[in-house]
Write a protein that binds this ligand. Structure first.
Ligand code: HEM
Length: 527
C-alpha cells in the first residue's frame, strides 16, 4: 500500500470548483432557503397544485434535464486521476516539455471504456477498450486517446460510421445490446479484408481483460516527434501494465457479467480506494523520418503494428492512477478527449484514420457537451490560463475584461497578443506534400493478412483454441449462411486449419473469395 498523493496542480484547480453540501441548509438555485422539501404548494389540502410553485418547478425542471447524450462510441467509461512521471528524457527526439525533464510529474486523468455498448452495458463484453489519457502539461493539454489493441478495424476514417453502424445494435430491433455476434457486424467484416488483423485481436483473449490495470494501451497511429533542431521521428505510444497482461476466458466473462456487470469499474475504484494504485510503464517506439519506407508495410496504415523485435519499445515513464473522481458526471462523463490536443514537439502523421479523427471529436463534443464552451468545464480546463479572442456562446463562464476581442488592433483594451516565434508556441512541422488529388487507397496499404497471420501464429495452443472457439461462437449467431461462408473464406487467408475447423462447426464450406488481400473496389457496395 502506498500513500495517496494528496494533490497536484490539476486537483487544486478542481478543488476551487468544488462544493460540499455537508451541514448546509437546502436552498433553491437562487440561494433562497427551503423550509419544506416534502410538499408542493396547493390550493387547499387536497390540491390542485399551483403553477406558482417555483420551488417545485425549479426542482422538476432541473431533474428533467439531467441527462446528456452518451458518447456515440465509448459510452461506458470509468475514470481516475493520476500522475505521469518521466524516468528517461526524450529531449533527443521531442521538445515536448513533459517528456524532456527526468523526474517531472504531470497530472493526468484517464478514462477507460468499452466501445460498442451503451452506458449501462456490462464491463465484460468482448470488445475493444478505450484507454484515453489527458496530460495536463505546462504547455497545454495533451491527449493520448488510445485503445487496448494496437491496430484498428479500418484504414480510412470514411469507413468509421459504417463500422459503428455495423457493430452497434441493429436499428430495427436494438438487438444485440452486447458485442455478441450478429448479422450486420459480420456482414461488414466479411467484406472488409483490412479488418482481419484487428479481428484476430478481437477474437483473442485480449478483448476480455481481467481488469483495466492488467491491460496494455496503444496510441495505434504513428505520430511524429519533433526535437529542438526540427528533426523528426515517427513514434508509436505504448502503456505496459506493471501487473502484466491478464484476461478472463469467455465462460468466466459470461458469468461475471451476470453477477457483476460493473466488475472492471469496481476493481478500479476499490484498488485506488485501498491504495493499490494501478501503474503502467509508458514506452515509445521511435523510427527516424528517413526510415519511413524501410518496412514491408506502410507506417501510416493503422491496421499494422511495428514489430517490437524490429523496433524495441523504450520505457521512459510511469503512469500511476492514485485518486478516484469526486463526481462521476463532472469528471468521467464531462471529460472531452481529442487526438488533436497536442503540444509543441508532437505532431500528426498522415494516417488517413487519424486525419479523420481530428475532425470527429470536437464535432461530437459540441453536441454532447452543449456548445462551444466545454473547454471551460473544470475537468477539461488546461492548468494554464486560456487567453484568446473567442467569446460568447452557450454557457460561457469566463468574464473577459476589456472592449477589444479581435486582433490585430491598435486599441489594446485587454486583447491578448500573438507570441513571437522565438517565444515558443506551436508550429506545425513543415513537410513537403505534393500529388494528384485522388479518392483512393494507397497500394502500400494492400497487404491485409501477413500481420493477421503473425498474430495468430504468436498465440499459444490454449490461446489459439480460445480464438477458434470465439469465432465459432460468434459466427454461430449469424443467421445468413453466405456471411458465415465469406468469413471462413477470409480466415482461410490467415490459417487454413483454423478456417476448416470453424467452417466444420458452422456447417459451411471454405470457398475461394474473389477479393483476397485487397480493399473492395470503390464501385462494389454490395456482393
Ligand atoms: C471516443 C470517433 C477511431 C479511441 C470517440 C468518440 C468519437 C470517436 C466520436 C466520442 C467522443 C466523445 O463523445 O467525447 C472516432 C473516429 C475514429 C475513431 C471517427 C476513426 C476514424 C479511434 C481509434 C482509437 C479511438 C483508432 C484508438 C486509438 C477512442 C477512445 C474514445 C473515443 C479511447 C473514448 C474517449 C473517452 O473516454 O471519452 N471516438 N474514433 N478512436 N475514441 Fe475514437
Amino acid at each position: 500500500m502506498k500513500d495517496p498523493k494528496k494533490t497536484n496542480e490539476k486537483l487544486d484547480q478542481l478543488e476551487s470548483h468544488s462544493t460540499s453540501n455537508d451541514q448546509e441548509m437546502l436552498t433553491t438555485n437562487q440561494g433562497l432557503k427551503i423550509n419544506n422539501n416534502q410538499d408542493s404548494l396547493k390550493a387547499g389540502d387536497r390540491g390542485a397544485t399551483l403553477l406558482e410553485d417555483f420551488i417545485l418547478r425549479e426542482k422538476i425542471t432541473h431533474f428533467d434535464h439531467e441527462r446528456i447524450p452518451e458518447r456515440v462510441v465509448h459510452a461506458r467509461g470509468s475514470g481516475a486521476h493520476g500522475v505521469f512521471k518521466l524516468t528517461k528524457s526524450l529531449a533527443e527526439y521531442t521538445k515536448a516539455k513533459f517528456l524532456t525533464e527526468v523526474g517531472k510529474e504531470t497530472p493526468v486523468f484517464v478514462r477507460f471504456s468499452t466501445v460498442a455498448g451503451n452506458r449501462g452495458s456490462t464491463d465484460l463484453a468482448r470488445d475493444v477498450r478505450g484507454f484515453a489519457v489527458k496530460f495536463y502539461t505546462e504547455e497545454g493539454n495533451y491527449d493520448l486517446v488510445a485503445n487496448n489493441i494496437p491496430v484498428f478495424f479500418i484504414q480510412d476514417a470514411i469507413k468509421f460510421p459504417d463500422l459503428v453502424h455495423a457493430v452497434k445494435p441493429e436499428p430495427h430491433n436494438e438487438i444485440p445490446q452486447a458485442q455478441s455476434a450478429h448479422d450486420t457486424f459480420w456482414d461488414f467484416i466479411s467484406l472488409m479484408p483490412e479488418s482481419m488483423h484487428m479481428i484476430m485481436w478481437l477474437m483473442s483473449d485480449r478483448a476480455i481483460p481481467r481488469s483495466f490495470s492488467r491491460m496494455e494501451g496503444f496510441g495505434v497511429h504513428s505520430f511524429k516527434f519533433i526535437n529542438e533542431e526540427g528533426k523528426v521521428h515517427f513514434v508509436k505510444f505504448h502503456f505496459k501494465p506493471k501487473l502484466g497482461v491478464h484476461s478472463v476466458a469467455w465462460d468466466e466473462a459470461q458469468r461475471i457479467s451476470g453477477v457483476d456487470p460493473d466488475f472492471h469499474k469496481r476493481d478500479l475504484w476499490e484498488s485506488i480506494e485501498n491504495g493499490m494504485f494501478p501503474e503502467w510503464d509508458f514506452g515509445v517506439q521511435l523510427i527516424p523520418e528517413e526510415d519511413e519506407d524501410k518496412f514491408d508495410f506502410d507506417l501510416l496504415d493503422p491496421t499494422k503494428i511495428v514489430p517490437e523485435e524490429e523496433v524495441p519499445v523504450q520505457l521512459v515513464g510511469t503512469l500511476t492512477l492514485n485518486k478516484n473522481p469526486e463526481n462521476f458526471f463532472a469528471e468521467t462523463e464531462q471529460i472531452a478527449f481529442h487526438p488533436g490536443h497536442i503540444v509543441p514537439g508532437i505532431d500528426f502523421s498522415n494516417d488517413p484514420l487519424l486525419q479523420g479523427r481530428l475532425f470527429s471529436y470536437t464535432d461530437t463534443q459540441l453536441i454532447r457537451l452543449g456548445g462551444p464552451n466545454f473547454h471551460e468545464i473544470p475537468i477539461n480546463r488546461s492548468i494554464k490560463t486560456v487567453h484568446n479572442n473567442q467569446r460568447d456562446g452557450y454557457m460561457r463562464q469566463q468574464i473577459a475584461k476589456g472592449k477589444v476581442s479581435y486582433e490585430p488592433n491598435s486599441i489594446g483594451g485587454g486583447c491578448p497578443f500573438q507570441a513571437m516565434m522565438s517565444e515558443g508556441g506551436f508550429t506545425s512541422h513543415q513537410e513537403r506534400v505534393s500529388g494528384t488529388k485522388v479518392r483512393q487507397r494507397s497500394e502500400s496499404f494492400v497487404d491485409h493478412y501477413s500481420q493477421a497471420k503473425l498474430f495468430y501464429n504468436s498465440q499459444s495452443e490454449p490461446e489459439k483454441m480460445h480464438l477458434q472457439n470465439a469465432l465459432i461462437f460468434e459466427l454461430s449467431k449469424v443467421t445468413m449462411p453466405e456471411i458465415r461462408e465469406r468469413m471462413v473464406g477470409q480466415l482461410a487467408f490467415i490459417d487454413r486449419a483454423l478456417a476448416f475447423k470453424v467452417a466444420e462447426n458452422l456447417g459451411v464450406e471454405v470457398k475461394e473469395l474473389e477479393f483476397p488481400n485487397q480493399s473492395l473496389p470503390a464501385d462494389s457496395n454490395h456482393v
